[in-house]
Ligand binder design. Structure first.
Ligand code: NAP
Length: 466
């Protein structure tokens, strides 16, 4: 294929990727953004296939069919609540694909003895080694993240106190492997040893991370998968792979930074900070004994009747009980009574970035009703009722008040400043971070125990009847 046509097609694909990402920043344009990016990827794949003088399509077609079917089934079947696990698996597949590509290219170059000479040889081996190291870390790290989020292994930090030193040693060993491979590219056992060390590093990096830090790790692994793909692009001399990989790498890093800021944590602290501190179990009966006031739907309706401003605070429990449509109905019932209703959106509520936005958009809650944490927090003092539905960690005042708490410093929604707080959940059990929540014991808090959707439907009926 003519090189100019190939490059123009790659440029078009790159522009479509960038427009796609831009589209994804707003719910209204997100579907179009997704389509644009997918079209860019289709162009990139087709042009690459036509450009590479492929001798047989057998394996490519087989891979397309198998991968396409697995991907389609997963996308159709995955529950919204299991999306982070799915993203972790996709990140791992990206890392694994780059690792496989670099290893195949390395073995092929050895067979043909065509690493080149001088600077070219150094660069070729450098990119192979970088790709396999980052690819292996991404693959095994993502599998651990998947296993944690899927609760195949415990979600809390796992490991031993000196694990960060082991990680340091493994990291240095990977770098040493890289340097030695450049000096001696033909040493296959050294190549596989470097891959193995990086694979173990992926495991030991993610095992000690847990609790509220998991979303940050997923975003970081997403970034790694992009960097590995970009490095693989240098091995293949494929510009569109370099561009796509760089876009994923940088957007993953930006997301990681945004999430760290949302949790008031530094990345170093997330990666190496909290081993063993999160998840210490507290006996709920003992902690809350005699300090809880509960209310029925009718009692909540009475409180709402006199309210002028209500803020709904959704969390992971709303996703689990699929209460988003019921919540919109409750909003409509309140608005009929001229009550001003807004939603408070915490950046890490739920189990993936934007989780609450997606659910509420699905229930056709107007987007302007969703107010980000920084803008809604100053309004809680003028709020009559805050209805917390299935949110826990993101409302936990320990983050503000308890210096010894593992979540100290994480910005939270200051719902306790509202005149009355209604908390809907099934029990007094903890949230993702495994901590008790002093909000439930506050003077102005009323607990409504039950499934989120059922409780909200009952409240709406009670308010309509009042
Ligand atoms: P959370 O702290 O995990 O708490 C969710 C609450 O929902 C639980 O306390 C649970 O209590 C309740 N719940 C469960 N099923 C329910 C149902 N059917 N009806 C009503 N309530 C139900 O949730 P969050 O406040 O949204 O905080 C999110 C946490 O996840 C943060 O720690 C965050 O860092 C972490 N995280 C976030 C992401 C992300 O990207 N957003 C990803 C991974 C982890 P009961 O069992 O008593 O009902």
């Amino acid at each position: 294929m003519n090189i100019t046509i190939v490059n123009l097609a790659y440029l078009l694909a790159a522009v479509l990727f960038i427009l796609g990402i831009k589209g994804l920043t707003r719910p209204k344009t997100a579907v179009r953004g997704n389509m644009l990016s997918a079209t860019g990827m289709l162009i990139a794949v087709v042009v690459t296939l036509l450009d590479r003088s492929i001798l047989t399509y057998d394996f490519i077609v087989a891979g397309l069919v198998v991968g396409g079917v697995i991907g389609a089934v997963m996308a159709l079947k995955v529950k919204m609540t299991a999306m982070p696990q799915m993203v972790a698996l996709l990140n791992g597949s990206g890392g694994g694909a780059s690792l496989g590509l670099a290893a195949a290219s390395y073995l092929q170059s050895l067979e043909r003895a065509d690493f080149g000479t001088g600077a070219i040889a150094v660069l070729a081996v450098f990119f192979v080694a970088v790709t396999v190291i980052i690819g292996a870390v991404t693959l095994t790290g993502s599998l651990v993240a998947f296993a944690k989020l899927q609760e195949i292994i415990p979600g809390k930090p796992l490991g031993f106190a000196g694990m960060r030193y082991l990680n340091g040693v493994l990291f240095l060993a990977s770098l040493a492997g890289l340097a030695m491979l450049i000096a001696n590219p033909g040493n296959t056992p050294l190549f596989w040893l470097t891959v193995a060390v990086a694979a173990v590093l992926g495991l030991t990096l993610v095992l000690p991370i847990g609790g509220a830090d998991m979303p940050v790790v997923i975003a970081l692994l997403n970034s790694y998968s992009g960097i590995a793909a970009a490095a693989a692009g240098f091995i293949m001399g494929n510009t569109v792979l370099i561009i796509a990989g760089s876009l994923v790498g940088t957007s993953g890093l930006i997301l990681t930074k945004i999430m760290c800021v949302a949790m008031n944590r530094s990345l170093t602290n997330v990666l190496f900070g909290v081993m063993g501190e999160v998840g210490e179990s507290v006996d709920a009966d003992e902690y809350y004994a005699g300090k809880i006031k509960s209310a029925t739907a009718d009692e909540v309706a009475m409180v709402l009747e006199t309210a002028r401003r209500v803020v709904i605070v959704p969390g992971f429990g709303m996703a689990l009980s699929q209460a988003q449509h019921a919540v919109r109905e409750l909003m409509a019932a309140m608005e009929k009574r001229d009550i001003e209703v807004e939603y408070a959106i915490h950046p890490v509520a739920g189990r993936m970035p934007g989780h609450m936005n997606v659910l509420l958009a699905e229930a056709e809650v107007p987007y302007e009703k969703l107010v980000e944490m920084d803008r809604i927090n100053p309004t809680f003092e003028q709020t009559d009722v805050a209805i917390v539905i299935g949110a826990n960690d993101v409302t936990n005042p320990m983050a503000r008040e308890d210096k010894g708490s593992p979540i100290y410093g994480m910005p939270i929604l200051n719902v306790d400043k509202a005149k009355t707080v209604i908390v809907i959940k099934r029990s007094l059990s903890h949230g993702f971070a495994g901590l008790p929540n002093p909000l439930f014991t506050k003077e102005n808090t009323l607990m409504v125990f039950g499934d989120g959707k059922k409780a909200v439907v009952e409240m709406t009926a009670a308010l309509d009847a009042a």
